[in-house]
Design a protein around this ligand. Structure first.
Ligand SMILES: Nc1nc2c(ncn2[C@@H]2O[C@H](COP(=O)(O)OP(=O)(O)OP(=O)(O)O)[C@@H](O)[C@H]2O)c(=O)[nH]1
Length: 328
C-alpha cells in the first residue's frame, strides 16, 4: 500500500484496517419463525426444511462484502431457550455486535415478541450517551427487523405496513420482508445490511446523534433488491435505484457506478427515560408491541462505496454455545 494512498490515510485515522474483521451477529425471534433456515440458507445457499429446535449454535463463515473480507460469527439463538432461559439470552445479547430480529408474517405473536426482544437488546446494550448528564442512553448496535415467510401470502397476519411501522417504533436500522424458502438473494441482502450498518456504527460511534427530533419518516422501498427493504429516511428523493441509507449517508448503486451523498437523513432511536430504567427491566419488557421510545435524529458521514456482495460463503464450524455463553 502506498504511504500516501487514501487507504493509508484511512489506516492512520483508524478508519481502515487490513485485518480481517469478525462480526458477531445474533439471530433472535420466536420459535419457528425460520431463524435456523435463514442462517443455513446464508451459509450454504440451500433451504433445509427441518431443524432441531433445541440446538443453539454459532455458525462461522467468511465472505467478502463491499471489497472487505469479513468473518461472520452467527449465533442462532433457539426460540425455545429465549422463552425459558432469560439469563443466557441476556449474556448472548451482550456477546453480539449486531442483531437480526425475526418474525413470521404468518404469526402475530412472533411479531409482538420482537418488541420484547428489542427491549432486552436495548437494556443489555445501552450505553450512557456521550456528554449527557447520565439521563440518556444510546444504542449504537445495529438491529435489523426481518419478516419471514412471504411465500405464504394467504396466511399473512402481519401486513407490510405494520412491519414498517414497527421497525420505526423500535428504532431498528432497517427492515426486510423475505422468504427464506424462496430467495437466497433476500437472505444475503439481510446479512449484507447487517454488515454495512455495523461498519458504519462502529466507525463513527460519536457522530450518530444530535438532539433534534425526527420529523415524519417514510421508509424507502428498494425494489432492485428483490425483497421489501426499508431504510429510515425522511429527506431522500428516490428513483428506481437500489438505495442504502445509513443514518445520514445515502449511497446510491446504479449500473455499477457508486456515488455517495451526504444528505441529511433522519432516523430514529430508542432511549429510555431515567424512571423507566430504574424500574425492573423485565416488568418493562412487553409483548403488546409498545415500547417507550423517543425519536432522535442520527447523523453519519458516508461509509465506503458499495459493490455487489459476493455469494461465496463457507461454513467452517459449528459449536454449541449453550451453557458456556458467560465466557464470551
Ligand atoms: N413457508 C416457509 N417456511 C419456512 C420459511 N423459513 C423457514 N420455514 C419453516 O419454518 C419452520 C421453522 O424453521 P426454523 O428455521 O427451524 O425456525 P427457528 O426460528 O430456527 O425455530 P427454533 O429453532 O425453534 O427457534 C420449518 O418448518 C421451516 O421449514 C419460509 O421462508 N417459508
Amino acid at each position: 500500500m502506498n504511504a500516501t494512498s487514501p487507504k493509508s490515510s484511512l489506516v492512520k485515522l483508524g478508519l481502515h484496517t487490513n485485518k480481517q474483521k469478525t462480526l458477531k451477529v445474533m439471530v433472535l425471534g420466536q420459535s419457528g419463525v425460520g431463524k435456523t433456515a435463514m442462517v443455513v440458507r446464508f451459509i450454504t445457499r440451500r433451504f433445509i426444511g427441518e431443524y432441531d429446535p433445541n440446538l443453539e449454535k454459532i455458525y462461522t463463515c467468511q465472505t467478502t462484502l463491499d471489497k472487505e473480507q469479513i468473518q461472520f460469527d452467527i449465533l442462532d439463538a433457539t426460540g425455545q431457550l429465549q422463552e425459558l432461559d432469560g439469563v443466557s439470552l441476556e449474556s448472548n445479547i451482550r456477546w453480539a455486535d449486531a442483531f437480526i430480529l425475526m418474525y413470521s408474517i404468518t404469526d402475530k405473536c412472533s411479531f409482538d415478541e420482537c418488541s420484547r426482544l428489542k427491549f432486552l437488546i436495548n437494556y443489555n446494550k445501552r450505553r450512557r450517551k456521550l456528554g449527557s448528564a447520565s439521563k440518556e442512553y444510546a444504542l449504537d448496535i445495529p438491529v435489523i427487523l426481518v419478516g419471514n415467510k412471504t411465500d405464504q401470502p394467504g396466511d399473512r397476519m402481519v401486513s407490510l405496513e405494520e412491519g414498517q411501522r414497527r421497525f420505526r417504533e423500535l428504532s431498528c436500522a432497517c427492515f426486510h420482508e423475505i422468504s427464506v424458502r424462496e430467495s437466497v438473494d433476500q437472505v444475503q441482502n439481510v446479512f449484507r445490511d447487517v454488515f454495512r450498518f455495523w461498519r458504519v456504527f462502529s466507525k463513527f460511534p460519536k457522530l450518530k446523534r444530535s438532539t433534534s427530533d425526527v420529523a415524519n419518516t417514510d421508509g424507502i422501498l428498494t425494489p432492485d433488491l428483490g425483497s421489501c427493504s426499508f431504510y429510515d429516511a425522511s429527506s431522500l428523493g428516490v428513483g428506481r435505484h437500489s438505495f442504502l441509507v445509513i443514518g445520514s449517508a445515502c449511497l446510491e448503486e446504479s449500473n455499477g457506478d457508486h456515488t455517495e451523498s451526504t444528505d441529511e437523513i433522519a432516523s430514529s432511536s430508542l432511549s429510555s427515560s431515567r424512571s423507566d430504567i430504574d424500574a425492573p427491566f423485565r416488568s418493562r419488557a412487553s409483548t403488546d408491541g409498545t415500547l417507550l421510545s423517543r425519536p432522535r435524529r442520527w447523523r453519519y458521514p458516508p461509509p465506503g462505496c458499495l459493490l455487489p456482495h459476493t455469494n461465496r460463503v463457507e461454513r467452517r464450524m459449528s459449536i454449541s454455545t449453550r451453557g458456556s455463553n458467560a465466557s464470551y
